[in-house]
Design a binder for this molecule. Structure first.
Ligand code: SF4
Ligand code: SF4
Length: 136
């Protein structure tokens, strides 16, 4: 299964159009909305994970978005921290809405599930030790 995470920027005139619906209907893409901030009449942002059996269909779907005037940016950054430096205080887990950072109840240690991370960077200032970094 091919997957791609992208940040979509919708100009104000497109925020009320059912564009993501076409991704499902016309390109057979499965869509997982990781983050959304869309207000009708204002610029909107969506972080999506698109999946399909074929990378070609994902590419066609993204080409369609660009043709419609939607800004498309791959999520290319990633979060990193040094496990040995972590004191497992859990402060970063409080701001991680997708649940990528969690304290394992069995071990009391911080667990990072990269595939859930939407690189919102909220955990970076939340860590009192400053050990969470954004890699480009
Ligand atoms: S950047 Fe940090 S807070 Fe945001 S989703 Fe990823 S791990 Fe969670
Ligand atoms: S806030 Fe920093 S020290 Fe605390 S659990 Fe998260 S990464 Fe570890």
């Amino acid at each position: 299964m091919a997957k791609k995470r992208v940040v979509l920027t919708f100009p104000p005139e497109l925020t009320e159009k059912p564009i993501t619906y076409h991704l499902v209907k016309d390109f057979d893409l499965a869509i997982n909305i990781l983050r959304a901030k869309i207000t009708p009449g204002e610029e909107g942002k969506l972080v999506l994970e698109l999946s399909n059996g074929s990378e070609e269909m994902i590419k066609k779907g993204l080409d369609f978005l660009v043709q419609q005037g939607v800004g498309v940016e791959a999520v290319s950054k990633e979060i990193s921290f040094t496990d040995e430096d972590c004191i497992h205080c859990g402060a970063c887990t409080a701001v991680c809405q997708p649940g990528a950072l969690q304290i394992n109840p069995d071990t009391g240690r911080l667990r990072f599930e990269k595939e859930r991370c939407i690189v919102c960077e909220l955990c970076v200032p939340a860590c009192p030790l400053g050990i969470i970094k954004v890699l480009f």
